[in-house]
Design a protein around this ligand. Structure first.
Ligand SMILES: Nc1ncnc2c1ncn2[C@@H]1O[C@H](COP(=O)(O)OP(=O)(O)OP(=O)(O)O)[C@@H](O)[C@H]1O
Length: 326
């Protein structure tokens, strides 16, 4: 089966003090149909930039996709003119963000906002679009759907606003949904409800989901596979069970030891010492080496993502056996 989304060798750069620096480098991913792939990592490691690159939203003069290919459902999006991308965004692929208020129009009813997407991309008239909007509200479990269509975003709670965003995103049955920390701003109970809803909708519609989060608990709940990012690169990738049971990259291991465990109460959390390096001061070779407890001579050589087991890959010369474990 062909993937819903293929990314090959993506390099996205930003201009800092007149020079281009890579925020995402050598990134390759396949997102299969019916799959939720989680992109995880600390703040600033390039998760959002990856999603924005896929959507064609990194544009000069500040940023550019310098290299790589992005293929959506067998259609190569590389170099498509903005006019074409506008027809794809919100239609064949859609994105939801952490804070729905930044995407919703405060002076337009939510019903009209859902309907607008259907009018633009599907050519429905107002009545048909509002009818479909009501169905979508029912699908995302907004109570009293018909009545709430006529309300404004500020009349909705955070969780309900995110449901409105999900309704807009799914209105045109996209092949891919890019979800950038969609539950981070919500209370845990509401977060669990929205995650449950996304899982149900994915099962029902078959829309593939690229789910961005820094929260490993959320990953365990929603993802089939995980790609761990560090400093603009995927450093480990594999099925969720494998990554949780047998993480190979020292950064992935460090992420796991930074979460509290119910089965080991009282055990100190180990924060990862140091910080993600800035774009204009990336170390050569392994970008995690300056913070890595396993660092040794040879880590400054260029590293690629290499298979450690079928379907499980790591970008670490120690984990993949190129350098002997000390
Ligand atoms: N418009 C921009 N101009 C310059 N640098 C940028 C720009 N947007 C992002 N970056 C840089 O790109 C890197 C990756 O940022 P990105 O937002 O993708 O991180 P992230 O992993 O999504 O983190 P967060 O969870 O905080 O959003 C960061 O170093 C960030 O400072």
């Amino acid at each position: 089966m062909t993937p819903a989304l293929t990314i090959r060798g993506l390099r996205t750069e930003f201009r800092i003090n007149g020079r281009w620096h890579a925020a995402v480098r050598d990134l390759s991913l396949d997102l299969m149909r019916d799959e939720t792939l989680a992109l995880v990592g600390e703040s600033g490691c390039g998760k959002s930039v990856t999603a924005l690159s896929v959507m064609g939203l990194v544009q000069p003069p500040y940023g550019r996709v310098a290299r790589g290919r992005i293929v959506l459902d067998e259609r190569d999006l590389t170099g498509l003119p903005e006019r074409e991308m506008e027809r794809i965004r919100g239609n064949r692929m859609a994105m939801i963000f952490q804070e729905p208020m930044t995407s919703l129009n405060p002076v337009m009813t939510v019903g009209d906002q859902v309907a607008e997407t259907l009018r633009i991309h599907r050519g429905l008239d107002r009545k048909a679009a509002l009818d479909r909007a009501r169905q979508l509200f029912e699908e995302v479990k907004i109570p009293s759907a018909a009545q709430r269509l006529g309300e404004y975003p500020h009349q909705f709670s955070g969780g309900m606003r995110q449901r409105v965003m999900i309704a807009i995103a799914l209105a045109c049955n996209p092949i891919v949904l890019l979800a950038d920390e969609p539950t981070t701003a919500l209370d845990v109970t509401i977060q669990a409800q929205v995650l449950g809803l996304l899982a149900d909708l994915r099962a029902k519609t078959g829309t593939a989901v690229l789910f961005i989060t820094h929260n490993l608990g959320v990953v365990a709940q929603i993802a089939d596979r995980v790609a761990v990012m560090y400093a603009g690169e995927v450093v480990e990738q594999g099925p969720v069970g494998t990554i949780f049971a047998n993480p190979q990259h020292p950064y992935t291991r460090a992420l796991f030891s930074a979460i509290p465990r119910l089965d080991a109460p009282g055990q100190a959390l180990s924060a990862i010492p140091g910080r993600v390096p800035p774009l204009d001061a990336m170390p050569p070779g392994c970008r995690f080496a300056p913070r890595c407890p396993l660092k040794r001579a040879g880590c400054e050589a260029e590293q690629t993502l290499a298979e450690v087991a079928p379907g499980h890959a790591a970008r670490c010369h120690v984990a993949t056996g190129v350098l002997a474990d000390a």
